[in-house]
Design a protein around this ligand. Structure first.
Ligand code: PGA
Length: 245
């Protein structure tokens, strides 16, 4: 199981302290049992990278530019810069960034350059509430996957995070049968169209210590992408405990 903390635009140097608890907790368990990945804002990547050295926590960024290394792109960060600072993962296609203009084709370019830079990808997909109500979920999910992964090699470097937009930060989570059905649908596309043997699909959207156990009981789920609840070490640890232990 993967547990990925997405801190979004939260956190400062003081928040680094909260990692101590998580490092302590995770050191007691075998590596195979679960994977912990932190995605803090860019400003904290370097400090995180130093802090988690020699621990079992891995580092990810929350986005990147589609240009692989350098260029005249004020305010942007490239995949190779992320790799250079100790990131192993990058979140691409988060709905908060799609909302700010990330298109499927830019997302595809970002995935391509990130893989070439040696990063693993946390590729977010998900339908909005209107699309869900119009029963367009499958259509949206398959479009996002087909366009996002178009002509991408090394597909084993990709984790999919299924995040229904209506569940992010709202407290609403899909019903179990619905979530299971959607994850099965996503895995089917990855297996049939992309020949990925053992695709990994995580769920994200309002995961918290209270609902983690129920969500984890869905048998084809491979982990969680956690926003709000990942900012407090105790909550994050609780989610892992409720799921795994
Ligand atoms: P949330 O965010 O857990 O706060 O709903 C999840 C995400 O956006 O990745």
């Amino acid at each position: 199981m993967y547990f990925i903390a997405n801190w979004k635009m939260f956190g400062d140097l003081k928040s680094l302290k909260s990692l101590n608890k998580v490092i302590n907790f995770s050191s007691k368990y075998k590596r195979k049992k679960f994977k912990l990945i932190y995605c803090p804002p860019y400003t904290l990547l370097d400090s995180f990278s130093k802090k988690i050295r020699k621990t079992r926590i891995e580092l990810g960024a929350q986005n990147c530019h589609f240009e692989i290394s350098n260029g005249p792109f004020t305010g942007s960060i490239s995949p190779s810069m992320l790799k250079n600072i100790g990131s192993n993962y990058v979140i691409i296609g988060h709905s908060e960034n799609r909302n700010m203009g990330d298109t499927d084709s830019q997302i595809n370019k970002k995935i391509n350059s990130s893989i070439k830079s040696g990063l693993k990808i946390i590729f977010c997909i998900g339908e909005t509430l209107i699309q869900k109500k119009k029963k367009k979920t499958n259509q949206i999910l398959s479009k996002q996957i087909l366009k996002g992964l178009f002509k991408i090699n090394n597909l084993n470097k990709i984790l999919i995070a299924y995040e229904p937009v209506w569940s992010i930060g709202t407290g609403a989570v899909p019903r179990s049968f619905e979530l299971e059905k959607n994850i099965t649908f996503i895995k089917k596309i990855l297996k049939n169209k992309f020949r990925i043997k053992n695709p990994k699909v995580l769920y994200g959207g309002s995961v918290n210590p209270k609902n983690a156990k129920n969500l984890a009981a869905i048998n084809n789920i491979d982990g969680f992408l956690i926003g709000g609840a990942s900012q407090k070490a105790n909550n994050f640890i609780d989610i892992v405990k409720k799921t795994i232990i």
